[in-house]
Design a binder for this molecule. Structure first.
Ligand SMILES: Nc1ncnc2c1ncn2[C@@H]1O[C@H](COP(=O)(O)OP(=O)(O)OP(=O)(O)O)[C@@H](O)[C@H]1O
Ligand SMILES: [Mg+2]
Length: 324
C-alpha cells in the first residue's frame, strides 16, 4: 500500500519556483489499480519520480510524506532507496531509452535485475527473462535476449522495459504512459499482463495515462490532476457517470467516439497555465466555462462530496470537510 500525503515537489529555476506537484495526496490500496490523469505538464511524471526519489535538480521534494506499507520513503538513505527500486517498487518510465544501458544486451539487463532482487540462479533468471519477453509480446525472445538496446525498435525497447519492471514481481508498479508507443494489439496484451500482476500476485499499480479508455478498462479509482493539484478523485464508475469538476467533464467530453477517428484526447479550450505564473484563485478558472467571480479570487479546497468522491470546485459545497 502506498500513501502519498501532501506532497510538494517544486522546481527551483532561474525564472522562479515551479510548483509541479503541489499538495498532492494519493492513496494506492493493496491489490488495486489507481489511475492518474490530466493534461501534459500537470505533474503526473514528477509525482511518480518523487515516489522513487528520482527527481533531479533543479527539482526537489519540498514537503510531504510518502509511505510504502507504513514505511517513510522520504527519510531513507540512498542505498536503502536503491534496494527498494526495482524490487518492491518498479517503474515503467515514459522515456524507455533513459533506463536501458546501451552497452549491455537487453537480456543481460533484465536477468541481472532478477538475480539482484530474487534468490535465483543465473540460469533461472535467464529462463525467467525469456519467458517474460514472450509474455510482453517480443517475437523470437531467445534471439532478442542477445540484442543491444539500439538494435531494437522503440516498441520493442518499451516491451523490454515493461518486462524488466514486471519480472521482479514488485509490490507496487508505477506505469507512466506504459503503452502509448505501442500498437493496439500489444497494448491490450500489456494491459492484460498488468491486470494479472495485480490479480495473481497482489500488486498495486499506479497507472499514469492520457488514455481514458485505458482508465475505464483498468482502474479502480482515479485522480484527476491539473497544474500540480488534484482537482477531482473518485471510483472509476462514479467518475465516468458523475464527473463534477468542469475540468474532468472537459477531459471526458474529449474522449474519441467510435467511428470518429483518432481525435486528440484533450481539447479543452485554452492552455495549461505556466507554473511560474499561476492564475489567482482556482488554477482552472481562466479556462472554465462555469467560473464565477469567486473562482478568480480564491482557490477552492478539495472537498468530499459523497463516499470516496472529492472535488476541488466552488460549484459543490460538499457535505464532508476538506480532505487536504
Ligand atoms: N527539469 C525541470 N525543470 C523545470 N521544470 C520542470 C522540470 N521537469 C518538470 N518540470 C515542471 O514540472 C511540470 C510537470 O511535469 P511532468 O513531467 O510531471 O508532467 P506530466 O503530467 O507528466 O506531463 P506529460 O503528460 O506530458 O508527461 C512541468 O510542467 C514543468 O513545469
Ligand atoms: Mg509525464
Amino acid at each position: 500500500m502506498l500513501e502519498i500525503e501532501r506532497l510538494r515537489t517544486h522546481f527551483f529555476t532561474s525564472r522562479g519556483v515551479a510548483p509541479a506537484v503541489d499538495d498532492v495526496t494519493i492513496t494506492i490500496p493493496p491489490k488495486s489499480i489507481v489511475g492518474v490523469v490530466g493534461e501534459s505538464g500537470c505533474g503526473k511524471s514528477v509525482t511518480a519520480l518523487s515516489v522513487l526519489r528520482l527527481v533531479s535538480s533543479p527539482g526537489r521534494i519540498v514537503s510531504g510524506s510518502i509511505r510504502l506499507d507504513g514505511e517513510e520513503l522520504l527519510t531513507k538513505s540512498g542505498s536503502a532507496m536503491r534496494a527498494i527500486r526495482g524490487d518492491r517498487i518498479s517503474m515503467i518510465f515514459q522515456e524507455p531509452m533513459t533506463s536501458l544501458n546501451p552497452v549491455y544486451t537487453v537480456g543481460r539487463q533484465v536477468s541481472e535485475a532478477i538475480t539482484l532482487h530474487r534468490n535465483v540462479s543465473r540460469a533461472e533468471a535467464r529462463d525467467g527473462t525469456v519467458e517474460m519477453f514472450r509474455a510482453v509480446g517480443i517475437p523470437e525472445p531467445e534471439k532478442r535476449f542477445k540484442s543491444y538496446p539500439h538494435q531494437l525498435s522503440g516498441g520493442l525497447r518499451q516491451r523490454v522495459m515493461i518486462a524488466m519492471a514486471m519480472a521482479c514481481r514488485p509490490e507496487l508498479l508505477i506505469a507512466d504512459e506504459p503503452t502509448t508507443a505501442l500498437d493496439v494489439t500489444t497494448e491490450a496484451q500489456i494491459l492484460r499482463l498488468m491486470k494479472e500482476l495485480e490479480t495473481a500476485f497482489g500488486a498495486s499499480i499506479m497507472l499514469i495515462t492520457h488514455n481514458l479508455g485505458v482508465v475505464a478498462e483498468m482502474c479502480d479509482y482515479v485522480y484527476v490532476m491539473y497544474a500540480g493539484r488534484i482537482m477531482e478523485q473518485a471510483g472509476v464508475f462514479e467518475l465516468f457517470d458523475n464527473a463534477l469538476h468542469p475540468y474532468t467533464s472537459g477531459l471526458l467530453g474529449a474522449i474519441p467516439r467510435p467511428g470518429g477517428g483518432r481525435r486528440r484526447l484533450f481539447n479543452i479550450e485554452g492552455m495549461v497555465p505556466s507554473l511560474l505564473g499561476l492564475p489567482r484563485g482556482c488554477r482552472f478558472s481562466p479556462r472554465c466555462e462555469r467560473a464565477v467571480s469567486r473562482c478568480h479570487e480564491e482557490e477552492p479546497e478539495l472537498r468530499g462530496v459523497a463516499g470516496e468522491h472529492s472535488v476541488r470546485c466552488f460549484l459543490y459545497g460538499g457535505e464532508g470537510g476538506a480532505v487536504s
